[in-house]
Structures are given as structure tokens and as C-alpha cells.
Design a protein around this ligand. Structure first.
Ligand SMILES: NC(=O)c1ccc[n+]([C@@H]2O[C@H](COP(=O)([O-])OP(=O)(O)OC[C@H]3O[C@@H](n4cnc5c(N)ncnc54)[C@H](O)[C@@H]3O)[C@@H](O)[C@H]2O)c1
Length: 437
């Protein structure tokens, strides 16, 4: 193994997980971040994000991991540099590449032979632009590969160590081979290709998954009109191996740090190159409307919203993460407050009190506190602990035991048994299972 450590620039969800997993595979890894507080915590052995299993993997591999906030320190010892900085949406909808560009300039300023490996999600054409920038900066010794990341928050370690595929795009064959060698020990499909193709695999994958979600959400909305049950429809569809069961759970729309920005960025990318990507427009619009459908359901059930109290159960964009980026809860809470509703909320990742993303929302320490006296509850995030909630006690604590299940997470029969008035997304008329015999 190369004696030099692998460098990882950016220690967020992707950078830290990648670094720790590379360490687990036997590499020494030097992690660099401009966030001094984050690096200080990591140096103390603390993990600044919540990701199941990460704390243990960090401590198991502590001997192979080191941390710095200095590009000088990073570039004094590393030849292979993974870039895993954030690429958030810009106001135009294009990906904001300023952090990537910053990192590239810092690396270019310290001459040397290096291989830059892009793990951040970047628009197709970024690799070619970075190479042109490097040439303009006179950094001739730097080569480039694209190695997009497909991990899911909440299952990130497993996704990294047991991926469905590893995609590597490179301008030179030997650079792709170097990147592939770093994953030795992982048995999976490896797709070696050009840089633009690798960049497109990432965008196309996320856009397709988002399309599946918006598709099933529209089916759910039609199910509500015609009295069909979307859960059974999805089950029946998913058994067809050409379709598959994944990403067919109807709900209140996708959120998170990836799907919204990546779908938007692909739409912009197509538009910038003269192609109108109609399908993605619909995917985005359906998702935006889906986040608001719950408000309509509440209005209809409660006969108006002004003065009502609503409890939101779960705020993170999905369970098993502390990530709130683009969470449906943000739109929902904002809409409800705008309608004159008192909003209380509970999420296992959030402390009681106020939170800047949820102005006016009272965040409670326990679910029952949020439910106490509420006219309705909305299940926003399907945290496993909600499956174990005493729903009968919840119903008893509420002023009106109405549960709008934004994730179709609670079985309607369980809700009925607990005395809850229940509505999911697209559940139509649930037909009881035939009695055996
Ligand atoms: N989060 C996911 O589930 C996921 C999955 C696949 C791909 N991605 C992509 O990976 C990239 C990173 O996402 P993330 O969720 O890990 O982001 P993040 O915001 O959690 O982490 C980014 C880190 O980069 C650091 N950083 C920013 N600018 C820097 C610079 N110039 N030098 C050094 N460090 C810098 C930040 O301080 C932060 O710690 C994005 O492009 C994202 O689209 C994310």
C-alpha cells in the first residue's frame, strides 16, 4: 500500500464516512476541513454528525485517521486527494461549485504530482472545467478522476462498504486504476468510464429515484380519488422485477441534501445545453405540491386551521439521520404557522426549545408532550421509535385523536385499535384480508 495517506477534503456526511471506510479497508487517511470546530471535535474522538455505526468505526480505526484544517499539512503528505465538499444549489438552480473551486485553487497553489478524485456531486462537464482551470493555474502535475458517491444517510457505512457499484471516470486509464485499487477488499461491480459519463451516472441515478417517488405519489393521489390502496398497488407493481419494490413508498415527498438539488441541477444542466427536460419539471412540481397536501387534509378534517394545534412527529428529512436539509417538515411547519396553527413538534435528534429552521415551532423533549392537547398529529418522519409509540396513550392525550400519517408508517388497524382517527397518503378504502378457511 502507498505509504502516503489518502487525503479527504471535506469531512461531512460523505467525506467523513468515506475517510473512515477507507481507513477500515487498511489505508491511512488524512481528513481536512475548513471548519475548525468540526476538526477539533474529530481530534477529540467525537463524531460531529449522527450516522449509525460511525462513532464505533471512527474509534476502531483511530490509529489510521488524522485530521487537519491546513491545506499545507494536507498537501505536504498526500498525493491522492478526494474532494467531498458540499455543492449546494445556487439561487439559479445550478450547483454552487464555489467550495470545489476553492479547494482546487488551494491544491493548485502547492505544486506537486497529485491525483484529484471528485466525490462531490458535480454537474457534467465539471471535470473538464477543473482540468482547464488547473492548466490555467500552471498546475500541470495534477490529474483528475470522477468517483461519485451513492451512499444514503442512515445507511452510509453499509452503502460505502457494500455498494451496488463503484463508478470511476478518468481522463487517463492509469488514474482510474489507482482509484479502483483503493477499493480493494470491496466485492462489487466497477464501472470504469469517461469523466463526463461518470458525472452523468450520479445525476441520472438520483433523478430516476426522485422520479420513482413522484410517480408513486401521483399514483397515491389518484388512489385517493378512486378508492384504491397505494400500498397494495406499490406491492403489486414492485413484484415485477422490471420495476422493483424500492422507492415506491408514497408519502409527503422527497427532501434531503441530494435529491432536490441534484434533480434541479440536472434540469438546469439540460437547459443550459439547450434541452428542455420536461419530465424533471413534473417531478419537481409534484414533489413541491406533495409536501403541501397534508395541509389540505388537515383543513378538510378540522374544518379550518386557524387556532388549531398540530403536532409534527419527526422533523429530519428521513429517519436515522440528523440532517434537516430540504426536509418536508420545514415547508409543512411554515405553511401551518402561516395558516394560524400552533405547531408543536418532536424529533429524536432535536433538543427541546426553538430551532432556527422552525421559527415559531415549540420543539418538545418527548412525543407525548407534543401530542398533549393537539387537534391533530402529522407523522412526518418514520423514526422506528414511532412504531413503538403507545398510540392509545397518544390518542388519549390529544384534544382530537386525528393522525395524518405522511409516511403510511402506522398500520391503519393499529391506529383504529388505539382509538385514532387515521388518514394516510393514498390508502383509499382498505379492504380487510380474506379470512382463512
Ligand atoms: N449527504 C449525502 O447523502 C450525499 C450522498 C452522495 C453524494 N453527496 C454529495 O457529496 C458532497 C458532500 O455532501 P455532504 O452531505 O457530505 O456535505 P456536508 O455539508 O455534510 O459536508 C461538506 C464538508 O465540506 C467542508 N468544506 C466546505 N468547503 C471546504 C473547503 N474549501 N475545504 C475543505 N472543506 C470544506 C464543510 O465544512 C463540510 O464539513 C455533495 O456534493 C453532495 O451532493 C452527498
Amino acid at each position: 500500500m502507498d505509504a502516503a495517506p489518502i487525503g479527504v477534503v471535506g469531512t461531512g456526511y460523505v467525506g467523513l464516512v468515506s475517510a473512515v471506510c477507507f481507513a477500515h479497508l487498511g489505508h491511512d487517511v488524512l481528513c481536512m476541513d475548513v471548519d475548525e470546530a468540526k476538526i477539533a471535535r474529530l481530534e477529540r474522538g467525537e463524531v460531529p454528525i449522527f450516522e449509525p455505526g460511525l462513532e464505533k468505526l471512527v474509534s476502531d480505526n483511530a490509529a489510521r485517521l488524522s485530521f487537519t484544517t491546513s491545506y499545507d499539512v494536507l498537501l505536504d503528505s498526500c498525493h491522492i486527494l478526494f474532494i467531498a465538499v458540499d455543492t449546494p444549489p445556487s439561487p439559479s438552480g445550478d450547483a454552487d461549485l464555489s467550495r470545489v473551486q476553492y479547494a482546487v485553487r488551494e491544491i493548485a497553489a502547492r505544486h506537486g504530482e497529485r491525483l484529484l478524485v471528485m466525490k462531490s456531486t458535480v454537474p457534467v462537464g465539471t471535470g473538464e472545467k477543473v482540468m482547464a482551470d488547473l492548466e490555467a493555474l500552471g498546475a500541470a502535475g495534477i490529474t483528475y478522476a470522477s468517483n461519485p458517491e451513492f451512499l444514503r444517510e442512515g445507511a452510509a457505512i453499509q452503502d460505502f462498504l457494500e455498494p451496488d457499484r463503484i463508478v470511476i471516470g478518468s481522463f487517463r486509464e492509469e488514474d482510474g486504476a489507482v482509484v479502483e485499487s483503493l477499493y480493494r477488499g470491496i466485492d462489487t461491480n466497477v464501472v470504469r468510464t469517461s469523466v463526463p459519463t461518470a458525472e452523468m451516472v450520479k445525476y441520472a441515478s438520483n433523478a430516476f429515484l426522485a422520479t420513482k417517488i413522484s410517480f408513486i405519489n401521483e399514483i397515491a393521489n389518484v388512489c385517493e380519488q378512486v378508492g384504491a390502496d397505494v400500498k397494495t398497488v406499490a406491492h403489486g407493481m414492485g413484484l415485477d422485477h422490471r420495476i422493483g419494490p424500492h422507492f415506491l413508498q408514497a408519502g409527503i415527498g422527497y427532501g434531503g441534501s441530494c435529491f432536490p438539488k441534484d434533480v434541479q441541477a440536472l434540469k438546469q444542466l439540460a437547459g443550459n445545453s439547450g434541452y428542455h427536460f420536461q419530465l424533471l419539471n413534473a417531478v419537481i412540481e409534484v414533489n413541491a405540491l406533495q409536501k403541501r397536501r397534508v395541509v389540505g387534509k388537515l383543513k378538510e378534517r378540522l374544518g379550518g386551521l386557524r387556532g388549531a394545534t398540530v403536532a409534527l412527529l419527526g422533523l429530519t428529512f428521513k429517519p436515522n439521520t440528523d440532517d434537516l436539509r430540504e426536509a418536508a417538515s420545514i415547508v409543512l411547519a411554515g405553511r401551518l404557522i402561516h395558516e394560524g396553527v400552533s405547531v408543536k413538534a418532536y424529533d429524536p435528534m432535536l433538543d427541546a426549545g426553538d430551532h432556527p429552521l422552525f421559527p415559531g415551532v415549540e420543539i418538545c423533549a418527548e412525543p407525548v408532550e407534543a401530542l398533549e392537547g393537539a387537534d391533530a398529529a402529522v407523522l412526518v418522519t418514520e423514526w422506528p421509535e414511532f412504531a413503538r409509540l403507545d398510540w392509545a396513550a397518544a390518542a388519549g392525550a390529544m384534544a382530537r385523536p386525528l393522525l395524518i400519517d405522511g409516511r403510511n408508517f402506522v398500520e391503519p388497524a393499529v391506529a383504529a385499535e388505539a382509538g385514532l382517527e387515521y388518514e394516510g397518503i393514498g390508502l383509499g378504502d382498505v379492504v380487510p384480508a380474506p379470512v382463512a378457511g
